[in-house]
Design a protein. Structure first.
Length: 217
């Protein structure tokens, strides 16, 4: 397994155990990778780790991707069936915290036409910031459908005030092998940015389950 200090068999066993220990629910549970860090200063430059990883396998439970755009790009977003927010929508939210919070709560990813980034920051920033959601500019001439689909399989790798990283790597209906591939993708970023020496413990946890530790080689 490239980038992960675990044996494939041990990782798959931990994933299977985590799935089996999870309580039965009427909703699709998420699977999280939790990595604790040792001898780590969250105020150091490394502590500002904040990176998006595009997982090899897209979870069946897709995040809600919202597109803020105008003109042709807005029309294209509507055709894709995503939540589309126009310039007029943004202007109508000025001073209306309830509307801004509704976007902040419902949108997992906010993709923004580049020239609207400033407006999004002033109108939606107070609602997105506390939720750890960061507007992402859409590159000029980008293929919007491809860009949106990438974010439907995106995961955060970041440190938020505590010496640990929690990243959503899939859902309980996925195959253990798929979850293992996604874990590898996330952990390779952690390894390259922080280094294995500062990794303490690794756990796998479902929404309603207890953390299962993955033995480190």
């Amino acid at each position: 397994m490239t980038g992960l200090p675990l044996q494939q068999e041990a990782l798959l066993e931990s994933i299977s155990r985590s799935l089996s220990l999870s309580k039965k629910t009427k909703f699709e549970q998420s699977v999280e990778l939790i990595v604790t860090l040792r001898d780590f200063d969250v105020k150091s430059p490394e502590g500002r780790l904040r990176e998006v990883v595009f997982l090899p396998h897209k979870p069946p439970k897709e995040p809600n991707v919202c597109v803020v755009a105008a003109g042709d790009l807005l029309l294209e977003a509507k055709k894709l069936g995503v939540t589309a927010v126009s310039r007029d929508d943004l202007n109508s939210m000025r001073g209306d915290k309830k509307k801004a919070k509704a976007i902040g709560s419902s949108c997992d990813w906010v993709l923004v036409q580049a020239d609207l980034m400033g407006l999004v920051g002033s109108v939606l920033g107070p609602a997105l910031g506390p939720r750890g959601k960061i507007p992402t500019p859409i590159p000029p001439r980008a293929n919007l459908e491809e860009f949106v689909n990438n974010y439907k399989r995106a995961a955060w790798v970041r440190i938020r005030g505590q010496p640990q990283i929690m990243s959503r790597v899939g859902t309980t209906s996925m195959k253990p092998e798929e979850l293992a591939d996604n874990i590898n993708a996330v952990f390779s970023v952690i390894e390259s940015r922080i280094g294995l020496a500062k990794v303490g413990s690794i756990y796998i946890k479902t929404t309603m389950g207890t953390p299962v530790e993955v033995p480190v080689r």
